[in-house]
Design a protein around this ligand. Structure first.
Ligand code: NI
Length: 139
């Protein structure tokens, strides 16, 4: 196995005392035990958000919840996914109860394409809830 070493840089940050207190309290509530990891996560979150806003390449997960008894709904969902096969990595279908299904669709690609897929699924009549969660592709 090849391991790639990441070099670590240290830097000092000057903050208002009250802002630092609030920051420490905030990250403690989120389970962080040190500031470095919390700050690194915030920076990455900002980069993901920036990539999303600029229409760059992102990875993500779309979830859709729907009643599979609705006419034509399942076919419509399937057609849309086939039309976007280039950005869909995998899809998982879960039968939640007698009526309802949950689909989890893992995606990777240009943000506008992913948004278009998510919006197309969301706007289908009978789809009860849709979420789009985005993350980095690691670059
Ligand atoms: Ni089902």
């Amino acid at each position: 196995m090849v391991t790639r070493k990441t070099s670590i840089s240290r830097f000092g940050v000057s903050l208002e005392a009250d802002l630092l207190r609030r920051f420490d309290s905030h990250i403690a509530a989120e389970g962080y035990t040190n500031r470095s990891k919390a700050i690194a996560d915030m920076i990455r979150k900002e980069f993901v958000s920036d990539t999303f806003n600029r229409g760059g390449v992102i990875a993500g997960v779309i979830t859709i919840f729907y009643d599979h008894h609705k006419r034509e709904l399942v076919n419509r969902i399937m057609d849309i996914q086939h039309d976007h096969s280039g950005i869909i990595i995998s899809a998982q279908h879960i039968h939640m109860d007698h009526d309802n299904c949950l689909e989890i669709i893992a995606v990777k690609g240009l943000c506008p394409k992913i948004k278009e897929l998510s919006d197309s699924l969301k706007s289908i009549k009978g789809v009860k809830h849709t979420t789009l969660s985005v993350t980095t592709v690691g670059k």
